[in-house]
Design a protein around this ligand. Structure first.
Ligand SMILES: C[S@@+](CC[C@H](N)C(=O)[O-])C[C@H]1O[C@@H](n2cnc3c(N)ncnc32)[C@H](O)[C@@H]1O
Length: 351
């Protein structure tokens, strides 16, 4: 059984590391944002950074005949994917010139496997586009294994962080059970809600936008996380939280494109960092995503009490922001002196 796992580019090593560490599943890097496993993986054991899951299809470069396609689909051990008795499918073969061919494949698959063609409620999406077959990456995508099916629907807004990207940020934060996570720009709450589903501990979502806060409340309730994840409508530059009360800050900051501006970030980032420095525990860790890289680096440099200890570029939906790992560069004044290790410079992030 072979599976192709898609994740945001830049997180492949974390996906592979988790598969190996948790379930001894070996995998290879199949391309940017794609990991291939050649042994069984359970749906519920997939790392949360995995977005889509597909079974590779062995087809000739020209796609083959409709009967050959149905035969390649028929060779897959479908019982192992828990799709149930009545499987719905669609065929992705774009272009009006392909209409006849698509119809032939639909008929052949229905005849051979007894599946039902349902383009809007499919469990299997046969990606047979010319580019896919010619590059040897024709595949059958498994709808019930996709991120949205595994973690449930989220109310979203245009700036919402995709679930698998949020999962990558949470993964980089190295949270332990019982710790407190804070998202200072929580939006619809994707990061804290996901954290609430993966871990035991407190998660707080702060945002100053009423619509985002309302959506976050909805997402918390729809995921059954009331009482576990809190939402606070507040300014990230003036957090209503006590000093030293947060173990991890994980946030997708405004990039200054869709939300705010680069000019605004020049004052917003330093103000947010000042508050983070205040509420973070002495050994706290932050994972802060930004595409306004210069302003972010300059703001941390000016913060004095914080330093960047690692960076990782993540690519998704046409953007390539950096996830910065930020720690204290010295202990808070009231809590003693800086240890020698804390003075060290920036390093590449280890998984
Ligand atoms: C990139 S979005 C974060 C998206 C979020 N991770 C989600 O999944 O919805 C940035 C968020 O920062 C919020 N924001 C901007 N300025 C803020 C401020 N001063 N205080 C708190 N939140 C702020 C915006 O309302 C927006 O929801």
């Amino acid at each position: 059984m072979s599976l192709l796992l898609t994740c945001p580019a830049g997180l492949e090593d974390l996906v592979r590391g988790d598969l190996l560490e948790r379930d001894e599943v070996r995998s290879v890097l199949a391309g940017p944002g794609t990991v291939r496993c050649d042994s069984a993986v359970e749906r519920d054991r997939l790392p949360a950074m995995v977005d889509r899951v597909a079974v590779p299809l062995d087809l000739p470069d020209d796609g083959g005949t409709a009967a050959e396609t149905a035969s390649a689909v028929g060779e897959i051990p479908w019982d192992s994917y828990g799709l149930g008795a009545s499987v719905t499918f669609r065929v992705h073969l774009p272009g009006s010139a392909e209409q006849k061919r698509r119809a032939g494949i639909i008929d052949a698959v229905q005849d051979r496997l007894g599946w039902r063609n349902d383009p809007s409620h499919w469990a299997v999406n046969l990606d047979l586009s010319r580019e896919a077959t010619q590059s040897g990456s024709a595949r059958a995508e498994l709808g019930p294994w996709a991120w949205a099916a595994r973690y449930g629907a989220f109310e979203r807004l245009p700036a919402t962080t995709p679930g698998p990207v949020s999962a990558g940020l949470v993964r980089l934060a190295k949270l332990q059970d019982g710790q407190t996570l804070l998202d200072v720009c929580g939006g619809v709450g994707t990061v804290p809600v996901l954290d609430g589903m993966l871990r035991v501990g407190r998660s707080i979502s702060v945002d100053n936008d009423g619509a985002s806060v309302a959506a976050a409340r909805h997402n918390i309730a729809s995921h059954g996380l009331g009482g576990r994840v809190e939402v606070i409508e507040a300014d990230a530059a003036d957090l209503p939280l006590p000093d030293g009360s947060v173990d991890r800050v994980v946030s997708d900051l405004p990039f200054g494109k869709r939300i705010g501006s680069n000019e605004l970030n020049r004052t917003l980032y330093p103000a947010i960092l000042r508050e983070i420095e205040r509420v973070l525990t002495a050994d706290g860790r932050c994972v802060l995503l930004s595409d306004d890289k210069r302003v972010f680096a300059e703001s941390v440099a000016k913060a004095r009490g914080l330093k960047i200890v690692g960076e990782r570029v993540i690519r998704y939906n046409g953007v390539t922001p950096t996830a910065y790992i930020v720690r204290r560069s010295r202990r808070p004044k009231s809590r003693g002196r800086m240890s020698p290790g804390q003075a060290s410079g920036r390093t590449k992030i280890s998984p």
